[in-house]
Design a protein around this ligand. Structure first.
Ligand SMILES: Nc1nc2c(c(=O)[nH]1)N[C@H]1C(S)=C(S)[C@@H](COP(=O)(O)OP(=O)(O)OC[C@H]3O[C@@H](n4cnc5c(=O)[nH]c(N)nc54)[C@H](O)[C@@H]3O)O[C@H]1N2
Ligand SMILES: Nc1nc2c(c(=O)[nH]1)N[C@H]1C(S)=C(S)[C@@H](COP(=O)(O)OP(=O)(O)OC[C@H]3O[C@@H](n4cnc5c(=O)[nH]c(N)nc54)[C@H](O)[C@@H]3O)O[C@H]1N2
Ligand code: SF4
Ligand SMILES: [Mo]
Length: 693
């Protein structure tokens, strides 16, 4: 029996695992107690890595579509076909006719991160989309506008704070996001043990709200009113003080003027949160010696995501909690590439053709993908490359995208499952199992609540003929280069790049030193770094970005809007967006894909718990069982996303029995956007619900 230590790559918590192996088989997976970051924490998904590795439906060879079937082909034939087909379409219709979509697991694979850039640069298309615009785009846009770099994402210093205020995040289920925080429950217990508090503001009494000291309901999509009112209170009561950062901050007078109309009473009217509570939250944030305001999915995938992220940064700044120990801080990662000036990002350097939505850091909002495939004219997307993504399930108006993909002249997917999206591909290129590759968390080590570094060697050799993610991307690049008469980019292995990155990094590290420390190397707590690291043109914090000020009238206009019912999402610790549903271990137990509705709203519509209801939005209708729940506030219904497998016709998809349900994104509306950033609205969408026989 051998014991192997490696990081779990499934979610942002990146827990250290201890995996036992016998005769080439995984016999046990548990949390690695010696891990410098996670100290033994694990969730059910970590154990399910075994299921992923052994899944007989995980593709192990490239396949091509013949009718409704997929048949195995050689890598040579696969790459050759992809290269010539993409080149042909680019030659006839131009480079922008090749679309690309990069899904969330891309950032959980070092090889996809190192290989993706060179491939996209070679393709030279402006038609690039990613999961960013159904997720954290407003956070990154704000980091870019205020601090000059898209990856300057301030992390709550949970291990030292006294007051954690959470808007729209549910780390008890999600294990944390834009805050790599393995063992959130343990760290929260420690916070409370040292006399600290956590308060949650959320339209649902979530798993996190249950363990908080206080929970307040808020009407979905109205956080910006509340957060701006909190800033209003700080100014009105003489509590606004940026401390040592004041002299390095521009635009505070404009902020003071901008928040003037957003009184707590005005915010109460829109949000349902009492003015007295809004005042108290602002005062508490200012009074606590060390406090951190944290806002996540619920404050970004909504109609005012950008204004929310702006106000959150300002509140941390004006209460002296930005860039301070126990407040919010930037990391100092061992590999600095993601924070290098050349990765700073960019905004609106081009726009989408049909709706003129702005580019961010090289990608367009994915809510525009279907129309860019459907609408004729120069730049129409005719071929598509998807990498580790499932936009049919995960992005707005999945049905429309599902139909649009059928119109493509050519589609290739890099994925190891046939799912709602890849079933449309002409060719699927599967990388080897994640346990067969080395691992370094390029992205999440820069978001961790502590500076650490950790390398995991592959647990198993990849089988003869299998390719790593980066080798698949390199194969596409070589074939496309050959077919277009260009030089192929020279792609190095992630091992070499990690080794080089460590050596030029700020610590005395290299791959050898990390290999010798399988539980990771601790590099100390987070520490302040402003103003030195600011990359804005002015060299200051830009407190009043023009794009935020310009969006305020839209917020004002929407403040009076009321809908009888709005829909929000829900994650469960056994879920992982739209995949991992092929693991019986994760699927088992009570059915989770149900609509939750407040009893008062049910009574009003004569709906009984357990009944089937029809949920309708502007774009569609789904039918699902409803359950009464006082955990959602009246006027709010709640449905998990990532389900609906097996309900589409045609190709047999890789999903376990019982994983049916409906897809949330058959309801979400591609026309509803956070206008400032182009991010999709996945929370707070108006719907109607009625009982069906
Ligand atoms: N309604 C609603 N919609 C949402 C959300 C929500 O809260 N509500 N959340 C949004 C968020 S935060 C996100 S990040 C997106 C995610 O959206 P996507 O990234 O588009 O979708 P996923 O469901 O994560 O699908 C990931 C795909 O990657 C494949 N995959 C997994 N690992 C690997 C790998 O190592 N290599 C390769 N090549 N492929 C791999 C899987 O088989 C799967 O097909 O969904 C968004 N959609
Ligand atoms: N188990 C599991 N873990 C995951 C994932 C998964 O699918 N399953 N996905 C991973 C990914 S890709 C991500 S991005 C992270 C996301 O991590 P989180 O942001 O922690 O995830 P959510 O559970 O979507 O939390 C969003 C919260 O916002 C609330 N909310 C909805 N609308 C509003 C609103 O208008 N205002 C406020 N204040 N709150 C609102 C919801 O009720 C919910 O509690 O999770 C990651 N971890
Ligand atoms: S919390 Fe996330 S990283 Fe940790 S074991 Fe679960 S899925 Fe893996
Ligand atoms: Mo995400």
């Amino acid at each position: 029996m051998a014991t192997h230590y490696r990081a779990c790559h499934l979610c942002e918590a990146i827990c250290g695992l201890e995996i036992t192996v016998e005769d080439g088989k995984v016999t046990g997976i548990r949390g690695d107690r010696a891990d410098v970051l996670s100290h033994g924490h694990i969730c059910p998904k970590g154990v399910a890595l075994k299921d992923l590795h052994e899944d007989p439906e995980r593709l192990r060879h490239p396949v091509k579509r013949v009718g409704d079937d997929f048949v195995e082909i050689s890598w040579d034939e696969a790459f050759e076909t992809v290269g010539t087909r993409l080149a042909e379409i680019a030659r006839v219709h131009g480079r922008d006719a090749i679309g690309a979509y990069l899904g969330n697991p891309t950032v959980h694979s070092v090889g996809m991160l190192t290989g993706g850039g060179p491939l996209l640069r070679l393709l030279k298309t402006k038609s690039v989309y990613s999961a960013t615009s159904v997720d954290q785009l407003p956070h990154q846009l704000m980091a870019y506008w205020m601090y000059g770099h898209q990856n300057y994402l301030f992390i709550p210093d949970i291990d030292r704070t006294d007051f954690l205020l959470v808007f729209g995040g549910n780390p008890m289920a999600s294990n944390g996001s834009l805050m790599t925080v393995p063992d959130f429950p343990g760290r929260l217990a420690a916070l409370k043990a040292r006399g600290g508090r956590m308060v949650v503001v959320d339209p649902r009494r979530t798993e996190t709200a249950r363990v908080a000291d206080d929970h307040h309901f808020i009407r979905p999509g109205t956080d910006a009113l509340v957060l701006l009112a909190m800033i209003h209170v700080l100014f009105a009561e003489g509590l606004a003080d940026a401390g040592r950062l004041a002299v390095f901050t521009a635009g505070l007078d404009a902020v003071r003027a901008a928040v003037e109309p957003f009184t707590p009473e005005f915010a109460e009217d829109g949000s349902g949160l009492p003015a007295a509570t809004i005042r108290r939250l602002a005062r508490d944030l200012a009074a606590a010696p060390r406090a951190a305001l944290y806002g996540r999915m619920g404050t970004s995938t909504q109609a005012f995501g950008t204004l929310c992220q702006w106000a959150i940064q300002l509140l941390n700044l004006l209460t002296g909690n930005l860039d301070t120990e126990g407040g919010t801080l930037l990391s100092h990662p061992a590999i600095e590439a993601g924070m290098a000036p050349r990765a700073a990002g960019g905004f609106a350097r081009w726009t989408s053709r049909v709706r003129a939505l702005p580019e961010f850091a090289g990608s367009l909002p994915v809510a525009a993908l279907a129309e860019e495939i459907e609408t004729g004219g120069p730049g129409q997307i005719r071929a598509l490359l998807t990498v580790a993504g499932n936009p049919v399930s995960s992005t707005p108006n999945g049905r429309r995208l599902d139909a649009a993909f059928e119109r493509l002249e050519f589609m290739v997917s890099v994925d190891f499952f046939v799912n709602e999206t890849t079933r449309h591909a002409d060719i699927i290129l599967p990388p080897c199992s994640p346990l067969e590759r080395g691992h370094y968390d390029l992205a999440f080590l820069t978001l961790a609540v502590r500076n650490v570094a950790r390398w995991s060697d592959p647990l198993f050799e990849k089988p003869e003929g299998a390719l790593h993610d980066w080798e698949v991307l390199a194969g596409i690049a070589e074939a496309f280069a050959a077919a277009t008469g260009q030089d192929a980019p020279h792609m190095m292995s992630p091992e070499m790049l990690v080794d080089m990155g460590l050596q030029v990094g700020p610590y005395d590290l290299d791959l050898g030193r990390l290999r010798a420390a399988p539980h990771g190397v601790d590099l100390g707590p987070l520490r302040p770094s402003l103003p030195e690291r600011l990359l804005t043109a002015s060299g200051r914090i830009e407190a009043a970005p023009a794009g935020c000020l310009a969006d305020l009238p839209r917020l004002m206009a929407a403040a009076g809007e009321r809908h009888a019912l709005v829909l929000i999402g829900r994650r469960h610790v056994r879920s992982n967006n739209s995949w991992m549903n092929n693991s019986q271990r994760l699927i088992k137990g009570p059915i989770r894909n149900r609509l939750q509705m407040h009893p008062a709203d049910m009574e009003l519509r004569q709906i009984r718990s357990g009944q089937t209801v029809a949920i309708t939005s502007r774009i569609g209708e789904v039918r699902i069982e409803v359950e009464a729940s006082e955990d959602v506030m009246p006027g709010v219904v709640c449905l998990p996303h990532g389900w609906g497998q097996g309900t589409r016709d045609g190709v047999r998809l890789s999903v376990a029995k019982g994983a049916g349900g409906v897809s949330f994104n058959d309801l979400s509306d591609e026309a509803l956007l956070d206008a400032a950033s182009g991010n999709a609205v996945l929370n707070g969408m108006p719907v109607e619900v009625r009982a069906v026989a």
